[in-house]
Design a protein around this ligand. Sequence first.
Ligand SMILES: Nc1ncnc2c1ncn2[C@@H]1O[C@H](COP(=O)(O)OS(=O)(=O)O)[C@@H](OP(=O)(O)O)[C@H]1O
Ligand SMILES: Nc1ncnc2c1ncn2[C@@H]1O[C@H](COP(=O)(O)OP(=O)(O)O)[C@@H](O)[C@H]1O
Length: 320
Amino acid sequence: MRVAFVGKGGSGKTTLSALFSRHLARSGAPVVAIDGDINQHLAQALGLDDGETFDAPPLSARLAEIKDHLRGDNPRITSSAAMIKTTPPGRGSRLLRLLGDDAVHAHHVQNVGGVPLMVTGEFDESDLGVACYHSKLGAVELYLNHLVDGPGEYVVVDMTAGADAFASGLFTRFDMTFLVAEPTRKGVSVYRQYRDHAEEFGIPVAVVGNKVTGEDDLLFLKEHVGDHLLAYFEQSSWVRSQERGRPQGDLEPHNVHALRQLRTALDGRTKDWEAFQKHAVEFHLRNAAAWADKATGSDLSAQVDPGFRHGPAALGSASA
Ligand SMILES: Nc1ncnc2c1ncn2[C@@H]1O[C@H](COP(=O)(O)OS(=O)(=O)O)[C@@H](OP(=O)(O)O)[C@H]1O
Ligand SMILES: Nc1ncnc2c1ncn2[C@@H]1O[C@H](COP(=O)(O)OP(=O)(O)O)[C@@H](O)[C@H]1O
């Protein structure tokens, strides 16, 4: 199961991504957390100490190698240069298993606070004015497009705020999207934007309230998001103490309960590999027509393999 945490900057996406990843990992479930936020703080939120560093290379630093690995010997994708972030897998592509023995996990995963973590990379000075953050997110999209995750396995992505997530179709790669909303007008406005995109594509979105301090906060959220409110987290002194580098005691029982609610909702989803691949193809064709055919000088619609069926059955016939 894949889940994205989205919402306004500062709403608590990173905090909740970290809490949820750790909650899953502690239960013994296989988890990969991915920091896809423009502000790369997930490692810290998972408990990377001040003296420690995250040494695994960011996914965006090895995009060409990742593409080369994933295209395997798919005859429709003749070079990594011809592969764009939306290029869907086909027969001959290399498919990934969660935390499998492959070049992507081997290079990019580092364990932080008991959670295997990959990062997309900082949006640095050299990117300013020349690229959008979607260039960093391309590797996440390729990873998710080629991943065959089984039941009881989890990918948790801390997503960037804002419209970049919609640019390529990345938002259709998840079994569930948790929209983190503070009980403020700004907090719920992102919800409306996301809801409209999601409805168009039949994407499941649930609102997760955060930093709730009382009945008024809860009523405000219910008034604005209604039945889409799945769960809410209270303002947490444990989170605050952890942020100060001195975690005290345990996460509050109400917040632990909210984590369980998120997991139950996610576990209740049924995977639809056919719909998943259909969206991948649809967005690939859109990107091809909008900019990528021109950028690569080729007809990228030819990369779509109509005979490919994504999902566990495809693992057997994929490139080794
Ligand atoms: N949605 C959309 N619309 C318009 N232009 C886009 C879009 N996505 C990517 N690009 C531009 O294409 C260049 C390569 O994109 P990426 O680095 O994201 O990766 S990839 O080629 O898809 O792997 C890159 O341009 P350059 O930076 O000039 O190489 C991106 O800015
Ligand atoms: N439930 C909570 N209780 C207390 N502080 C919180 C809670 N959720 C988030 N915070 C704090 O709010 C700030 C912003 O959270 P962060 O997770 O970095 O947001 P985002 O990733 O959405 O930008 C951080 O200082 C974080 O510790």
